[in-house]
Ligand binder design. Structure first.
Ligand SMILES: O=P(O)(O)O[C@@H]1C[C@H](O)[C@@H](CO)O1
Ligand SMILES: Nc1nc2[nH]cnc2c(=O)[nH]1
Length: 313
């Protein structure tokens, strides 16, 4: 197995050939794809008649090395009767793992070639908007990607036949799919504040934000922040696939008011004590544990959304 270097011709024929030999006919042409974010691989447990294909058997696929991500595609059916064929990526690739941007988006391009028309991309994210509580699902309506604006973009490279040179992104997050997300939440009877709308900021990671960085991204208009998703959105749009992104808020980004250590020391020297707020630090364990605890609502929402997508055909 080799991954896809920037500028290298992607090995689609080999990947598709392996899949066509492994999968039964009713699973080979999935209509909808799900990308499972950190701690969210249980989203695929709504599928039945599942066939799992490890990434290690697929040329061009990398290995997910982040805890909470599995290295396999799961093909299966959702819904009653004949069912809707769906494929789930049980884990994704992040650039901070050392994967090239071409490897990060290669699975998305493969899914498009299998016939996927709608992709539901999920992630675990930190809330910058103080009104978003942990456990809220945010339907993403836009993104803010400093890496894209400063030269780290999966679409960089020579123009290719049949692909737009300048991809417009003003409608990247499908309004028809966002409508169905809110209808799905209504059908499930979710409380109003379980689902919000907002803008996702993409950062490369693997460091979490400093307070100043968090404050900056919030001031720039972002509601949640994470280390994935946007490269996948770009590749999906370039392939002509409709995109829906759901972020699960696993933590609030810590943006404290600065407390002066100088004033605390001066008070101490003067024999007074000054109360200082406890300092907080985020960990991936916290992200995963919240993701796993709250995955149930996300799973129900994604399954209902897929049923509504199929019903609109
Ligand atoms: O793959 P996602 O975006 O769900 O994972 C988030 C972002 C980082 O990869 C990781 C940080 O805890 O979780
Ligand atoms: N950058 C970033 N990614 C996250 N993924 C989950 N939580 C966070 C966060 O607070 N910041």
């Amino acid at each position: 197995m080799s991954t896809v270097a920037q500028g290298q011709t992607a090995p689609f024929a080999g990947t598709l050939d392996v899949l066509s030999r492994i999968l039964p006919a009713n699973l080979l042409k999935p209509r909808v794809a799900i990308v499972c974010g950190s701690g969210l691989s249980t989203l695929a447990s709504s599928l039945r008649d599942v066939v799992e294909v490890p990434y290690s058997s697929l040329e061009g696929f990398g290995k997910s090395t982040v805890e909470g991500h599995r290295s396999a595609l799961a093909f299966g059916l959702i819904g009653e009767g004949k069912g809707i064929p769906v494929v789930a990526m049980l884990g994704r690739f992040h650039p901070y793992e050392g994967h090239s941007l071409s490897t990060v988006v290669y699975p998305i391009r493969v899914l498009a070639r299998l016939g996927v028309r709608d992709i539901i991309i999920t992630n675990a994210a930190g809330a910058l908007n103080p009104n978003l509580d942990v456990g809220t699902i945010v339907s993403i309506q836009d993104h803010l990607a400093l890496p894209n604006l400063t030269g780290f973009n999966p679409l960089l490279g020579p123009a290719r036949p049949n692909y737009p040179r300048f991809l417009p992104l003003s409608t990247a997050y499908s309004r028809p799919l966002r409508r169905l997300v809110f209808l799905a939440a209504h059908a499930l009877g979710l409380p109003r504040d379980a689902l919000a709308e907002g803008t996702y900021a993409w950062v490369s990671g693997p460091t979490y934000e400093t307070p100043a960085e968090g404050r900056y991204m919030r001031a720039a208009g972002a509601d949640v922040i994470g280390m994935s998703t946007v490269p996948e959105v770009l590749a999906a749009r370039e392939e002509g696939v409709n995109v829906c992104v759901l972020s699960l808020v696993t933590n609030k980004v810590v943006i404290p008011e600065y407390e002066s250590v100088r004033e605390a020391v001066e008070a101490e020297l003067a024999g007074r004590t000054v109360e200082q707020a406890p300092e907080a630090e985020l960990s991936h364990e916290e992200v995963l544990s919240v993701g796993q605890q709250k995955a149930g609502v996300m799973k129900a929402l994604v399954a209902k959304l897929i049923e509504l997508i199929a019903a609109e055909q």
